[in-house]
Design a protein around this ligand. Sequence first.
Ligand code: NAG
Ligand code: NAG
Ligand code: NAG
Ligand code: NAG
Ligand code: NAG
Ligand code: NAG
Ligand code: NAG
Ligand code: NAG
Length: 786
Amino acid sequence: MAKHGCQTAFILLFILLISVSYTEQLQSSQVETLLRIKLLLNSPSSLNSWNNDTDFCNIEPTSALTVVCYEDNITQLHIVGDIGAPQLPQNFSIDSFVTTLVKLPSLKVLRLVSLGLWGTLPSKFMRLSSLEILNLTSNFFQGNIPLGISSLQHLQTLILDSNNFTGRLPDSLGSLSSLAVFNVKNNSLYGSLPHSLGSLENLRVLVLSNNNFSGEVPDLSCLTNLQVLDLGHNVLGPQFPVVSDKIESIVLGNNKFTFGIPEKVQSYYQLKCLDISHNRFVGPFPVSLLSLPSVTYLDIAENKFTGMLSENLPCNDDLYYVNFTANLLTGKLPTCLLSDSKKRSVAYAKNCLATEDENQQPISFCKNEALAVGILPHPHKQKQASKVILALSICGGVIGGIVLVSATFLVVKKFLAKKEAQKTLPRFAAKNSSTGYTSKFLKDARYITQAMKLGALGLPAYRTFSLEELEEATNNFDTSTFMGEGSRGQMYRGQLRDGSFVAIRCLKLRRNHSTEYFMPHIEMISKLRHQHLVSALGHCFEYYLDDSSVSRVFLVFEYVPNGNLRSWISEWRVRRKLTWSQRIAAATGVAKGIQFLHTGIVPGVFSNNIKITDVLVDQNLVAKISSYNLPLLSDNMGKAHLQNFLGGSKEFKSARAKNQDKSDIYDFGIMLLEIISGRLIDSRNELEIVKDQLQDSLMADDTSRKSSVDPAVRNSCSGDSVKTMIEICCRCLLKDPAERPSIEDVLWNLQFAAQVQDGWRVDSQSSDGSPISPLQSSRLKLSIKQ
Ligand SMILES: *[C@@H]1O[C@H](CO)[C@@H](O)[C@H](O)[C@H]1NC(C)=O
Ligand SMILES: *[C@@H]1O[C@H](CO)[C@@H](O)[C@H](O)[C@H]1NC(C)=O
Ligand SMILES: *[C@@H]1O[C@H](CO)[C@@H](O)[C@H](O)[C@H]1NC(C)=O
Ligand SMILES: *[C@@H]1O[C@H](CO)[C@@H](O)[C@H](O)[C@H]1NC(C)=O
Ligand SMILES: *[C@@H]1O[C@H](CO)[C@@H](O)[C@H](O)[C@H]1NC(C)=O
Ligand SMILES: *[C@@H]1O[C@H](CO)[C@@H](O)[C@H](O)[C@H]1NC(C)=O
Ligand SMILES: *[C@@H]1O[C@H](CO)[C@@H](O)[C@H](O)[C@H]1NC(C)=O
Ligand SMILES: *[C@@H]1O[C@H](CO)[C@@H](O)[C@H](O)[C@H]1NC(C)=O
């Protein structure tokens, strides 16, 4: 054992001796070169210690000076002068300097920072063909970045920040295939950016800020590794750059970017920093940016973003800097930005927000400014707008008092039913209705599904649409996109730029009301989002050009393409009928939708007059109520309604006390009647007949009771679940509203019916002799083993 230890010590000593005797010894020519460099640099203080005897390969590396040797050659040279070092005197020659430098051809890393170097980089510099990292920050280089730069084929990092390089970026940059970091900030470069930038597929960092670059940013979507894009302080624009969705930082501040933020930005799940301040952005501010899973820094100051913020918007916990200053935002600041004790900087002066402090403009300012930048009607729309006004002033007299109408999508629904599932649209399953997502939950990108990016409902955030966008979506409200006309306004089907379909309701208004007047209604509508409602996606105002009052309101809804509930129950020629379980699920969905309308928003929305044809079914067979008592925009809105509108939960209680909520229960009962019996209930007479039949069946035994159930499902439903469904249906249809069950009671019963049915299905299968499928049983075994 001792002997063994002795041997090891010996070997170690031997190695030590060899390595000492073999310390790297620079060739004398390289020593000369270094000393000459010192001389040419006018002997900066960091090189004071250099002389003929210096063992260059063994100088202790410092932040100001590092020399690294590999075998006999110098591979790294870092010389950092004093911050703000002045330009070297006139007798300095960049040509002699570079001629000397290239005598170190093995250099892989060269960092010459703050040394006062000046002149045009001569092309012989490219003889340093092994260079991988070049950092020439804070010198006084002038002239173009040499074309020959592309011959530095090993270059991974090229940093030329804070010099006085001028001219355009050479197109040949594109052939630096290993380039990962390219910084040229704070120079005097100009012209358009070469398209070849888009082929640097290893690029991670691209910093071009503080130059005078102009024009469009080339397509960078192929740079799948790009994390940092800094284009600030140039004259780039107008289109938002196209980058891959792994981007972490986008800085576009102080440029000429115009138009809006593309929808795609809302899916940049790794985006931490977004600075688009001091540009000319117009259009709605996508509020979902506040809750991007990684976002920490968001600066949109000094643009013309419009749109309404609301108190209940979600935001990312880690968001530490938000600057909304000087935009055209309205509404209220999200509480998540304020209530927090966290160190967070939030600036929002010079908008039209409803806050206590000053520094806000009146709403009319934002509205007029929005008009001025042409977000809303374009100048060329002027003719059309005045026509609208004329038509309205005529119609106004004819129609007289326009009444508040429950949003009947009647024609729409017929259209949809006919249209049926011609196309399966790429929508996203809404698995649950929890709101927002936390950043922590989404830290791991692999778990991010499209649905999550769009929020829990699979819907994009509620937003303001521009008229142009809606015109584009509907091909200028072309007749081919017309879906129908309700009692108030027309309905169009549109396809947004991202491919998604929407239903657009267009409401003409009588004049004299400003945007402000509609804001509480819009705020209410924006909250009408639920898995079992056809939800509102946004709105758009059109204004009269003379006095800026609102001329038309467009409400944008999700488009549910799969037919209405009736067609899924009685139109068996068109499609397969829903099973018994699916019927219970659909009814439960509708009940949840009603519950949300009654209690999920304040004030509640009652007396919705829902019919089975108003319930649309999406491709996951989720039932959605399309026609609810929408707080529509009406200039002669009844006083009663307005009160209802302004009242709080007190109003709800009194509504309940007055059994206002029970008319929806009755309507729900009629729907259940049809769901259970499979018979069309279109008249009072029919309703009474079927109701009596069901009522009577409650007294009968299971088998005869089932005879009142739709024959299509009669043999696959459990007796108890049928009984529960019939019972609740009959109770909903009681004459005295006070005796009808509450929506919670209804829901409880439906859920009970579903449970019984589920249990029955398992039981009836096990009595077939196949209690568990082979797959299930093997899983069982596995889990027992574990
Ligand atoms: C360095 O060595 C050279 C000759 O090799 C000599 O001419 C020079 O004077 C020496 N310089 C110093 C500072 O010792
Ligand atoms: C060192 O540099 C010389 C040329 O100056 C070259 O021939 C030699 O291969 C280099 N050695 C290494 C290990 O790179
Ligand atoms: C350049 O001029 C300075 C004085 O301005 C002098 O100290 C220096 O030695 C000169 N350098 C060369 C390389 O001639
Ligand atoms: C380049 O040099 C500057 C100045 O020393 C430094 O701040 C920067 O981090 C360097 N960049 C790289 C990639 O080494
Ligand atoms: C930009 O570069 C100039 C020299 O070209 C320098 O004086 C200035 O400090 C630099 N500014 C920044 C912000 O780096
Ligand atoms: C940069 O170079 C241009 C000419 O190439 C010159 O006019 C300008 O003064 C220089 N700027 C600085 C800060 O040296
Ligand atoms: C930037 O470029 C524009 C033309 O594209 C020119 O008019 C302007 O003077 C330049 N500004 C600077 C600071 O070089
Ligand atoms: C927000 O942006 C404005 C305009 O750029 C700026 O003046 C202000 O200082 C910023 N606020 C904060 C807190 O950074």
